[in-house]
Design a protein around this ligand. Structure first.
Ligand SMILES: [Zn+2]
Length: 194
């Protein structure tokens, strides 16, 4: 069965791009629709934002890793067209400063997971990426990266039973010692490469 990653991303000339890609057409269609609705809602709130990065290649991830801009050698959800970094605009330039809680609110109401809380605001996260939104839960990432899962049009991460279980577990509502250290995945020094 085809999906956007196999059918579009893998065949795109930018598949191995070393430069940053901010083209929304490399976002999976539902992700793109939600991202664009978030951008216009932010503008309506009087907050100027821009899509900073959509798709990211493994080559670019490796380069960022080599440059010390990320601690992750392997590319994440951006590679699958399911994540986007949305930054503020200040004097025409991308800006990571300021309060991004509006992005959390818009992401939540759109059905995207926000990197500011990873869909689980009730717990304290060791890694926060407040410009990042993605269309799958952190719990789903392993299957996504393994090629075993890709969201369909109707998928909503907040209705994902696996996600709800993990969130409850992290909050202490469910005890599961073997999974007590479920990582929210990432730690890196520069927000600009998130
Ligand atoms: Zn990101």
């Amino acid at each position: 069965m085809g999906n956007f990653y196999n059918d579009v991303i893998c065949k795109d000339s930018r598949f191995a791009s070393l430069t940053r890609v901010n083209d929304p057409s490399l976002l999976e269609p539902s992700t793109r629709r939600l991202v664009e609705s978030i951008v216009s809602a932010a503008q309506q709130m009087g907050i100027e934002v821009m899509i900073f990065e959509t798709y990211r290649s493994q080559n670019r991830q490796q380069e960022l890793f080599n440059n010390g801009a990320t601690k992750l050698r392997t590319v994440g959800v951006h590679h699958y067209g399911l994540a986007c970094d949305i930054v503020r605009v200040a004097a025409g330039e991308p800006c990571w400063k300021g309060d991004f809680s509006f992005l959390g609110q818009l992401a939540h109401s759109s059905g995207l997971i926000w990197g500011g809380d990873w869909g689980a605001p009730e717990i304290k996260h060791s890694f926060v990426d407040s410009v990042h939104v993605q269309r799958c839960t952190v719990t789903r990432q392993g299957d996504l990266f393994a090629g075993a899962w890709y969201p369909d049009e109707a998928y909503n991460p907040y209705h994902d039973a696996q996600h709800l279980f993990t969130a409850a577990m992290k909050a202490g509502a469910i005890k599961h010692p073997a999974k007590a250290e479920v990582a929210t995945g990432r730690s890196r020094p520069s927000k600009k490469q998130a």
